[in-house]
Design a protein around this ligand. Structure first.
Ligand code: ATR
Length: 277
């Protein structure tokens, strides 16, 4: 996705994957800065660890409490921090890593674009309160949803997310447990469904997917989890997490390049790589 976008813009840059052990994250980030990388993305478990290792934190990373994108920036003679690639002919006086979060906005954008949902005032159930579930719940609450229902195997994690939402958004009703009656949206933010023999992410005795008008699964591989297949056969509108992956990547691309991301090219590359189509 990123390399296709870079090629479309005619940039002689490469996006590469590296396996880094958590205990070596600090050294790896220092190395990337020393080698003057333009930027990088981080995934589990580095998104939380990086909060302590970057030189600056953008509001997005502060707000959602995780870093998935780093941009390396140089300080110019006037003291301004600029993306490193703008220093083609001169050396910056100093270089810093700046941490951003592009995951949170991508959740809301993907739900809006794939399901046509404007979240304000809606009743939403979120399954899962791990890293992804927490960020999704906080960001969705910031859309002024009407009611939020949080369910997690480890209830204490859902309770702490609920408490944080109550602190930040006095007008959002948050409850632990399954909703009664109709809801606008049910989201799977657990890792259940990634593997074929996983248990189901919801408790069919307490909640039926037929109660939901729309259903969103953050998982994108497989393209259709049992959660989505069940929802679809129950008449719900459904979408998987591919849009989230695309939009977090597009936002990172824009932070690094300063150019609008070529979304169609990136989407096609993503689909070709993940689904082979
Ligand atoms: P991510 O960053 O992808 O969210 P995570 O923080 O490990 O990863 O969160 C995984 C989520 O899936 C959590 O909500 C987890 O529930 P717990 O908080 O109780 O661990 C949920 N999950 C994973 N395996 C599960 C299982 N077998 N049954 C129920 N929930 C499960």
């Amino acid at each position: 996705m990123q390399n296709a976008g870079l090629a479309e813009l005619g940039l002689n840059w490469r996006y590469l994957a590296f396996d880094v052990r958590p205990e070596e994250l600090r050294t790896a980030l220092q190395g990337a800065k020393t080698m003057q990388f333009v930027g990088l993305n981080l995934t589990v478990p580095h998104k939380l660890l990086a909060l302590d290792f970057v030189d600056a934190l953008d509001e997005s990373a502060k707000n959602w409490g995780a870093v998935n994108t780093i941009r390396f920036e140089g300080r110019d003679k006037a003291g301004k921090w600029l993306p490193l690639h703008l220093f083609a002919d001169t050396q910056p006086e100093k270089i810093r890593s700046n941490g951003f979060n592009t995951d949170a906005d991508a959740v809301v954008r993907s739900i809006r674009e794939s399901l046509g949902i404007d979240l304000a005032g809606k009743r939403v159930l979120i399954l899962g309160a791990g890293g992804a579930g927490r960020v999704a719940a906080l960001r969705i609450a910031a859309e002024d949803v009407g009611e939020l229902f949080l369910v997690n195997r480890t209830e204490s994690k859902a309770a702490s997310v609920a408490a944080e939402i109550r602190r930040r958004h006095l007008n959002v009703k948050v409850q632990l447990g399954y909703p009664r009656g109709e809801i606008d949206l049910a989201i799977n933010a657990t890792s259940l469904g990634l593997s074929e023999d996983d248990a189901l992410p919801w408790d069919g005795k307490q909640f039926s997917l037929r109660q939901a008008i729309s259903v969103y699964d953050m998982i994108y591989r497989p393209a259709e989890t049992v959660f989505l297949a069940t929802a679809k056969s129950g008449g719900c509108k459904v979408a998987n997490g591919l849009g989230m992956l695309l939009y977090q990547g597009a936002a990172a691309f824009e932070l690094w390049t300063g150019h609008k991301a070529p979304l169609n090219v990136m989407r096609h590359a993503l689909e070709a790589n993940i689904y082979g189509s």
